[in-house]
Ligand binder design. Structure first.
Ligand SMILES: [Zn+2]
Length: 306
């Protein structure tokens, strides 16, 4: 178990949207190009999800309606910034399928850490609504599968994307056995996560222009102790990199090496609680160079204990 597993899908040129949309195929190509230059990584292609796993997280009618659009030819907008184009539903089935694979790899002790380099992202997709570039909520689908298949009682999801993962909160607060922690810029899309709605939800809004120093203080004093105290059996990371100072959609001021720092902190908690089991999945990050640098830093963080 000497390497980090990267799961990705090759159909990144599908799910196109229009050329100006920030959630574009090049995001995955810059990430995979950068990671291919790193040592000690293993690679797997994502496989399509068995649709029964989607129903665990989402409303059946919502799932069936999206799946019925698999063969559409023209781009269709669900809201002002969330689209379905040719190949989008296939891409979404591969993206959520990657999380199922990742759970099996980690829970069967084949890999300690997995990073899913996938799109579309998922953390804004609610129980019955696609939004914020997200179709299916990949991480909630993975977390619910892990709970049922491996009979886990305490699963933590930590979300450092600059946006609040309203969809993940909406889905997981309906279930026992999860702790969802989100740090996010505020005010910012989607405008939620200003307080913590439930015992198993911990939202930490950060003021615009918050930088490394304050970010690290908040994590050290509030978030990491909460995560450690929960004593998780498995940790998921919604790894969005749009809190980077160069990101066109974010309002925070992180740098790439902050992602290595936070990842190493989470690795330490994972080592102390759950034999290091971490499944990380790509959410946002829209400046291509900052995204590649940040993902590299994140994966280096995952290699801390290897
Ligand atoms: Zn985001």
């Amino acid at each position: 178990m000497a390497s980090v597993l990267i799961i990705t899908h090759l159909l990144c040129a599908l799910h196109l949207g229009n050329a100006k949309h920030p959630e574009k195929p090049e995001r995955l190509s810059v990430i995979t190009t950068r990671l291919e230059q790193m040592q000690h990584l293993s690679w797997q292609g994502a496989t399509e999800i068995n649709i029964e796993h989607l129903y665990r997280a989402h409303d059946k009618q919502f799932v069936d309606n999206l799946l019925s659009k698999e063969m559409i030819q023209e781009t269709e907008y669900i809201d002002a910034d969330t689209f379905i184009s040719q190949g989008s539903i296939l891409a979404a089935k591969l993206a959520s399928g990657a999380l199922i694979q990742a759970v099996d790899e980690v829970m069967e002790n084949k890999f300690k850490h997995v990073f899913c380099a996938i799109r579309p992202p998922g953390h804004h997709a609610t129980y019955d609504q696609a939004m914020g570039f997200c179709l299916f909520n990949n991480i909630a689908i993975g977390a619910l599968y892990a709970k049922e298949k491996y009979k886990l009682n305490r699963i933590a999801i930590i979300d450092f994307d600059v946006h609040h993962g309203n969809g993940t909160e909406d889905i997981l607060k309906r279930h026992e056995g999860f702790l969802y922690i989100s740090s996010h810029g505020s005010p910012l899309y989607p405008g939620t996560g200003l307080s913590s709605s439930d015992d198993n939800i911990f939202n930490v809004p950060m003021l615009s222009r918050t930088g490394s120093h304050e970010f690290k203080r908040i994590y050290t004093e509030q978030i990491l102790p909460k995560l450690l105290n929960f004593n998780p059996e498995l940790i998921f990371i919604s790894a969005g990199f749009d809190a980077h100072e160069k990101d066109p959609l974010g309002n925070l001021r992180l740098r790439a090496n902050d992602y290595q720092w936070i990842t190493e902190q989470i690795v330490d908690v994972a080592e102390a609680t759950c034999n290091g089991k971490i499944i990380s999945t790509l959410e946002g990050g829209y400046d291509l160079e900052a995204l590649a640098n940040s993902v590299e830093a994140h994966v280096m963080g995952l290699q801390k204990d290897m």
